[in-house]
Design a binder for this molecule. Structure first.
Ligand code: HEM
Length: 427
């Protein structure tokens, strides 16, 4: 285990024992997820899909095809974590999280002896994913800006990724602290919602004494999206069509993966992530004509092709001055503004999910929208200018409000069972 990390974690666990008390040993739930599955065949197919946690380059969950469910959690580091002690605690947590994530991605239960519950008599794994299989689970970790701040003094000065800062406030932002910021990110994506939530729950349980949950966002995609077809978002449009092609090594090298300007621990598969929770004003959207909706998005609703006049690729038929039947200029459509922005900044790798979570208290309307995830080499050079342009020009702003915002440095993958995510930074 990490030099310096164990002592701290033992302390934390002792403290938990002192304050927690009354932990019943509980009946042990059989470990391992290999038991018989009662699920029907088409679902079971997904249940057996798995992605290795370790890899030679990026973490799983970045270029992996989007799974059906997302459980996205941000954690806040414990106030007491500073300097060498804090760094040891954090290193210990990342080691334990990596060991746990490796097992979960393989469809196994959590190994014994990890995290703050170890030694308390409770089963290592909470058990609700027993028998569900890996379900394509990927777990991706990231570090928020304050992990690198001088205030906590957790990392070597040379390891601070320059310019990883909280995003500036953009026009139209209506950010809520409960959906914003965070020191550690855990993105669990799976084809089974329970498998994804199980991962977050168990990692949160292991973090006790070092980091606490700050927010949890749950996203979904349609079950029936066909291969090669981008799924529809809650506005009814295909989302995730034009974006960075990570298989194109030249553009991925330029626009996705950390390069020689990044600290050494980010090279070889590191990237930066923006998370935005964007509420949609769906009741207003649902009163708009189809023509107006299409002119706002800049794509046809049926098959998702660019509308004439919004001109993907600026073909011969491009007419920037074209207007829709409502008199709206096609230049202001989301797809056009976003494409112009991406042409200037380089594409980003979007990984959007829908959310629908109850009712907005003030309006009585559905609280639903998009969990916008975008990986890129440099947030200041890519997302920020892109969002500035979108905030100024995009017709879709009439129907959307960003209510959450966070950024993370996402380190390369753990290279094998003896390695862990973040070892280059904290080891
Ligand atoms: C609720 C919010 C959003 C919705 C519903 C949405 C929806 C869409 C849709 C339907 C498309 C066209 C289909 C596609 O290419 O995937 C698209 C494209 C795109 N969006 Fe968004 N988007 C949202 C927010 C954002 C944000 C915040 C950004 C970046 C700051 C962004 C950047 C892009 C880019 C770069 C494209 C591709 C443009 C191209 O090259 O053709 N989107 N979006």
């Amino acid at each position: 285990m990490t030099p310096g990390g164990d002592a701290g974690r033992r302390l934390s666990r002792r403290r938990l024992l002192e304050i927690g008390g009354g932990f019943a040993a509980g009946a042990a739930i059989g470990g391992g997820a290999a038991g018989a599955s009662a699920r029907d065949d088409d679902v079971a197919q997904n249940a057996e899909a798995s992605y290795p946690f370790d890899g030679p380059h990026e973490q799983a969950g970045i270029t992996t095809p989007r799974q059906r469910h997302l459980a996205l959690a941000a954690f806040t580091l414990d106030d007491g974590l500073h300097g060498a002690f804090g760094r040891g605690e954090l290193a210990g947590l990342m080691q334990d999280w990596s060991t746990a994530a490796r097992a979960l991605a393989a469809g196994q239960a959590l190994p014994e002896g990890l995290g703050s519950s170890a030694g308390l008599g409770a089963p290592a794994d909470t058990g609700e994913a027993d028998g569900l299989g890996p379900s394509g689970l990927t777990i991706t970790f990231g570090f928020g800006p304050e992990v690198f701040g001088t205030e906590r003094d957790l990392v070597r000065a040379a390891d601070r990724p320059g310019r990883l800062e909280t995003l500036p406030r953009f026009a139209g932002d209506a950010l809520e602290p409960r959906w914003s910021g965070g020191d550690l990110l855990v993105a669990a994506s799976a084809d089974d919602a329970q498998v994804a939530v199980h991962a977050i729950r168990n990692l949160a349980r292991m973090a006790r004494g070092a980091a606490g949950l700050h927010w949890l966002q749950r996203g979904f995609l349609p079950e029936t999206a066909k291969a090669g077809e981008a799924p529809r978002n809650l506005m009814g449009f295909r989302d995730g069509q034009s974006m960075l092609d990570h298989r194109d090594q030249v553009s991925a090298g330029k626009f996705l993966w950390s390069g020689s300007d990044a600290p050494a621990w980010m090279r070889g598969g590191g990237t930066q992530l923006v998370v935005r929770r964007i509420r949609m004003q769906l009741e207003a959207w649902d009163t708009a004509t189809l023509e107006h909706q299409e002119a706002t998005v800049g794509r046809s609703k049926g098959d998702g092709v660019f509308l004439p006049g919004t001109a993907a690729g600026r073909g011969d038929d491009y007419d920037g001055s074209a207007v829709d039947p409502d008199g709206r200029g096609a230049e202001g459509s989301h797809a056009t503004v976003a494409r112009d922005a991406a042409t200037a900044t380089g594409q980003i790798l979007r990984r959007p999910y829908s959310y629908a979570d109850g009712v907005v208290e003030e309006t009585g309307q559905l609280d639903a929208g998009l969990i916008f995830l975008a990986f890129q080499r440099s947030i200041p050079d890519q997302f920020i200018p892109m969002q500035e342009r979108i905030a100024r020009l995009d017709a879709m702003n009439e129907y959307t409000s960003p209510i959450g915002s966070a950024v993370f440095a996402v380190p390369p993958a753990s290279r094998g069972p003896k390695d862990w995510v973040g070892s280059g930074l904290l080891g």
